[in-house]
Design a protein around this ligand. Structure first.
Ligand code: SF4
Ligand code: SF4
Length: 510
């Protein structure tokens, strides 16, 4: 018998729908300012906190300590996965990786941006293996230092790997196998190491890592950004240590110049720029989470596809956790003559959901182009408005993962006490029930947060339509706003679908 978590109650859903109605009307009626007013607070200038932030941004010790700790936990996950019990809910590898880390990671991006990448054990181990140093700069170590070929230098490889990871996670079901979980973790280290051994800087993080790119795109909507404290200091700088590195500090691993940073997408929060800047001119700032999606992030074709891919895959992820998914798959399997693990049926479902979302979005853009008589070509419009998809995907992903984290995280203490699950038996129904009842937040708080996240995602999407759609509007003509209706319809449709998913009972992961 499978256990399910209750879905979002109807009254919360009505509240979200009322918010969407208000947001939609406001989009059509309110005037659009030329550029959004965004206030940022530099943590470096906050009394008392400022000096600590500057010190942290320029220090290597704290980061190194955190990296060592993460590597130790990662090694424990590998040992538990390879040598521990195969019972997923009793093994640290599966419980920590899928219930805690993956769920918590997506939520952490909202508050801390790409902080995970700063302490990522895959990259840390790859660095140690190829550079043969704990942290000091080495020009190439054992690396061939090749340029990444043009055909690989985009986020297409990361999108492809993200689809593959989803297939392994939900289709093959590695989330319920400690052994396979350890295997995939080791594979990430191998890929990061091979890339570092072949290519310049951190090509794996910049182009290939599905987790890093997911974090990178979502961190466009983070509350935190790493930026210059004083823009003029960067403008006057001729040495660009942030980009080239210093005698002891590595250069920016993803080829960024701090003084020209407009978006978080490719920043790994590694801290190299802060440590190498001779003026100590780099610090974290708190900002409105919509700033990049609204105007500062630049649209690109491959990145637009990554964002649409994220939207499709997060919705697909939710669908597969619904009790009716299994029935759908069985019916499809009967039709196509699939048997066993139903991998063909699952693969068809995955491709179909991705194709439907991509086709819906492409149709929205085609209609918008037709009714607005825009001079911008289809590709340009497709890339520009993909920023509408990003907050919708991120908000649902957070709301869904929050459910997992709050309801399924309670067993973590027990698996840390016995990481290999020695002499344990599978959880009984009673224990599963007790675990799901022992929530980290009250159920009402969880529902309120989920509803709030849905509203936040929709609100940012509407704002993106307003600002990025401004170019399609004739100045002074109120009726020209109607040209934004297809995009508004897309945002309403996707949010409605996500809301419906949240209202369904969700299968407990383990
Ligand atoms: S991009 Fe991937 S490999 Fe690189 S630091 Fe981030 S999570 Fe780790
Ligand atoms: S060096 Fe580059 S990747 Fe690292 S924190 Fe600075 S901008 Fe981000």
């Amino acid at each position: 018998m499978i256990m399910t978590h209750p879905g979002l109650p109807e009254n919360w859903a009505w509240l979200v729908m009322a918010g969407m109605l208000v947001g939609g009307i406001w989009l059509l009626l309110a005037s659009v300012p030329k550029s959004p007013r965004m206030r940022v607070i530099s943590l470096a200038s906050v009394p008392l906190l400022g000096p600590v932030v500057r010190k942290l941004a320029a220090s290597r010790g704290v980061l190194l300590l955190l990296k060592v700790l993460t590597v130790l936990v990662f090694l424990l996950v590998i040992v538990a996965g390879l040598f521990g019990t195969p019972i997923p809910e009793r093994n640290l590898a599966t419980l920590l990786t899928w219930n805690l880390w993956w769920s918590g990671l997506i939520l952490s991006v909202f508050f801390l941006g790409s902080a995970w990448c700063a302490i990522c054990p895959w990259d840390t181990l790859a660095q140690w293996l190829v550079r043969h140093r704990l942290w000091k700069r080495v020009d190439s170590g054992s690396s061939l230092n090749l340029r990444v070929p043009r055909w690989l230098a985009s986020v297409w490889p990361a999108l492809f790997l993200f689809v593959a990871l989803t297939w392994l996670e939900l289709g093959v079901g590695i989330t319920t196998s400690p052994y396979a979980t350890a295997g995939i973790a080791l594979l990430m280290v191998v890929l990061a190491t091979a890339s570092l051994a072949l290519f310049q800087r951190k090509a794996f993080c910049r182009y290939f890592c599905p987790v890093g790119r997911t974090i990178g795109f979502y961190s466009q909507l983070s509350l935190l950004e790493l930026r210059p404290i004083d823009g003029d200091t960067c403008a006057r700088c001729t040495t660009l240590e942030c980009y080239h590195g210093s005698d002891t500090i590595e250069p920016c691993p993803t080829w960024l110049v701090m003084g020209r940073m407009q978006q978080n997408t490719y920043c790994l929060s590694c801290g190299n720029c802060g440590q190498s800047c001779p003026q100590q001119n780099v610090a974290w700032r708190i900002r409105p989470p919509s700033v990049e999606a609204l105007h500062s992030a630049r649209p690109h074709w491959d990145e637009a596809w990554f964002m649409i891919g994220l939207l499709a895959l997060t919705g697909f992820h939710g669908l597969t956790m619904m009790p009716f998914w299994e029935t759908w798959m069985r019916k499809l399997a009967q039709v196509i003559g699939d048997s066993g693990q139903l991998l063909w049926s699952f693969s068809i479902g995955l491709v179909a959901v991705m194709a439907i979302i991509a086709a819906l979005y492409a149709a929205t853009i085609a209609i918008t182009k037709a009714i607005s008589h825009s001079r911008l070509d289809f590709k340009r419009l497709f890339s520009t408005f993909a920023f509408v998809a990003l907050p919708l995907a991120f908000a649902y992903h957070m709301a869904h993962n929050l459910n997992h984290l709050v309801r399924e995280g309670s067993g973590i203490g027990a698996v840390f006490a016995n990481p290999l699950g020695i002499d344990t038996a599978p959880l009984s129904m009673m224990e599963k029930h007790a675990r799901s009842m022992h929530m980290w937040l009250s159920q009402d708080t969880l529902f309120a947060l989920q509803a709030l996240l849905m509203l936040l995602g929709f609100w940012i999407a509407v704002q993106v339509i307003r600002y990025r759609g401004g170019a399609l509007l004739e100045p002074g003509s109120r009726w020209s706003r109607l040209r934004l209706l297809p995009l508004l319809g897309f945002a309403i449709g996707i949010t409605g679908f996500h809301l419906w998913l949240l209202m369904q009972p969700m299968i407990m992961r383990m």
